[in-house]
Write a protein that binds this ligand. Sequence first.
Ligand SMILES: [Zn+2]
Length: 198
Amino acid sequence: MKLSIFQRLFLPRKKEIESLIDKIIDELRFIETNDKGIIITNSDKEVVEQFNWYDIKDVELVNGFSEGEISFTLNNGEQKSIPEEHHESWYELLKKIPQGFSKYDYEGVRAFFDNLKGCEICGMMSVYEGECLACGEEEWKEEFLDEYESKEEYIRELQLDEFEPIDDEEAVISNKPKSGFKSFEGWKLMINSQYFNK
Ligand SMILES: [Zn+2]
């Protein structure tokens, strides 16, 4: 929807929200890994960082899994760091680090993924310490009864948020594997795409 200048004058709040969304999109980075190495792009699909596996001397995970950073020491002594924050597919990158780097805790990474629980909201195997690493929502707990009538209501509300299409796009409601997370077999959908048909 395009706003007229007149509408814009009287909708400062909408404008603020738009600029906030612009800022978030601006900071987003997308990680792509392949046989050769890592490519990081921005929302305009411009390459902002790129290096090859053979350029890397060692890899280390710092600050743990929920606010972690993957730190690379390159053969030329340079340090590169890829934080989880703002980086799509960061968890997938954790799984794709090639074997053979002495500081990388392959066993710890495997155990981390094996111990994730299913998210009842987005349907991925991605709940860590009560929070979903895929959709960012909190796992249901009894305290939420202050705000929600039931667990079902909580899940339905958040599924609506999670799968609401942007602009006029068609709603895509799915839990197929993404960003390094597997599908949660026990996922139950509380909504259907008719919720979004206006
Ligand atoms: Zn989730």
